[in-house]
Design a binder for this molecule. Structure first.
Ligand code: IPE
Ligand code: IPE
Ligand code: MG
Length: 247
C-alpha cells in the first residue's frame, strides 16, 4: 500500500489510499457554457486542472493516475472542437516532456495513436522514451481510447502470438490483461466521473471489474484537491468483498 507523503486531509485515509485512480474528465463544455465562453475555453480549463490534480495525486502517494481525455467516439464532434483539443494535447505533451525527468513523472498514452497527427505521434514516442528510464508516479492519458477497441486489440495480439507459436498456452484472464494498454499496472481501485453523468462511456471496460465508482455533479474544471479527498474518503468507507463474505 502506498504511503502518504505529506500531511493533508487524504493523509488520514493513508491505509485506504488507492494505488491507482482513474478519472473521466467530463464537463468541460458545460463549464464553458455556464460562463458564456466557447467550449475550447472549457477544454483549456480542464487541461489546467489535470495538471493540478496529477500533481496532487503524486504528492499524496497515488502511484498511477489514468485519465480519459479523448474517446474513440469523440471524433464525432465538430472539426474545430477536435482540432482545438488536439492543439491542447500538443501543448501539454510538450510541457510534460520538459518536466518528466525533473519531476519524476512517467507518462503513457493508452489508445490507438495511429489516427493522431505525425507531430502528436512523435511526442507520444518521446514520452515513452523518457518513461522507460524515469521512476516514480505514472500518468496514463487515454487518447483515441475505447474500452471495447482495447479488448479487441488485445484479442488480436494474442491470436497473432498464438498463430506464430510465440505463445502456446490457452488464453487466461492474466494473459489477456498483459495485452492491454495497462499491462503491468494494477486495475484502478477507484474510478471517478465528474460532470454529473452516471456511465462509463467505454472507459476501462476490462480493468473496472472490481473498481469502486464515485460520481459527482462537479464539472471537471472545478474538480479540486478537496473533491479528490472526498472521493478517496468515500472509497475508503466502501466494503470491498470481491464476491466473498465479510470475515
Ligand atoms: C470532456 O468534456 C472532454 C472530452 C470529452 C474531450 P466535454 O467536452 O464532454 O464536456 P461536456 O460533457 O460537454 O460538458
Ligand atoms: C467521455 O465523455 C469521454 C471523455 C471524457 C474523454 P463524453 O462527454 O464523450 O461522454 P458521453 O458522450 O457523455 O457519454
Ligand atoms: Mg461530456
Amino acid at each position: 500500500m502506498a504511503e502518504i507523503k505529506n500531511n493533508n486531509a487524504a493523509g488520514e485515509q493513508a491505509k485506504c489510499l488507492p494505488r491507482h485512480i482513474a478519472i473521466i474528465l467530463d464537463g468541460n463544455g458545460r463549464w464553458a457554457k455556464n460562463r458564456s465562453m466557447p467550449r475550447s475555453a472549457g477544454h483549456f480549463a480542464g487541461a489546467e486542472n489535470f495538471r493540478k490534480i496529477a500533481t496532487y495525486c503524486q504528492e499524496i502517494g497515488v502511484e498511477y493516475l489514468t485519465v480519459y481525455a479523448f474517446s474513440t467516439e469523440n471524433w464525432k464532434r465538430p472539426e474545430d472542437e477536435v482540432g482545438g483539443i488536439m492543439r491542447l494535447l500538443d501543448k501539454y505533451l510538450r510541457e510534460a516532456i520538459s518536466d518528466m525527468e525533473k519531476k519524476h513523472i512517467r507518462m503513457k498514452v493508452f489508445g490507438d495513436v495511429s489516427r493522431l497527427s505525425p507531430e502528436l505521434q512523435s511526442l507520444v514516442k518521446k514520452t515513452d522514451e523518457i518513461t522507460s528510464h524515469v521512476e516514480g508516479f505514472q500518468a496514463n492519458i487515454c487518447l483515441n481510447y475505447g474500452g471495447r477497441a482495447e479488448i479487441v486489440r488485445a484479442a488480436e495480439l494474442y491470436a497473432e502470438d498464438f498463430a506464430s507459436g510465440k505463445v502456446t498456452e490457452p488464453l487466461t484472464e492474466k494473459m489477456l490483461s498483459d495485452y492491454m494498454y495497462s499491462a503491468g499496472i494494477p486495475d484502478p481501485e477507484l474510478i471517478i466521473r465528474p460532470g454529473g453523468e452516471y456511465r462509463l462511456s467505454n472507459f476501462l471496460l476490462w480493468q473496472c471489474a472490481y473498481s469502486e465508482f464515485y460520481y459527482t455533479d462537479t464539472l471537471w474544471p472545478d474538480f479540486s484537491e478537496k473533491e479528490l479527498d472526498k472521493a478517496i474518503a468515500a472509497y475508503s468507507s466502501r466494503d470491498r468483498r470481491f464476491g466473498g463474505v465479510k470475515a
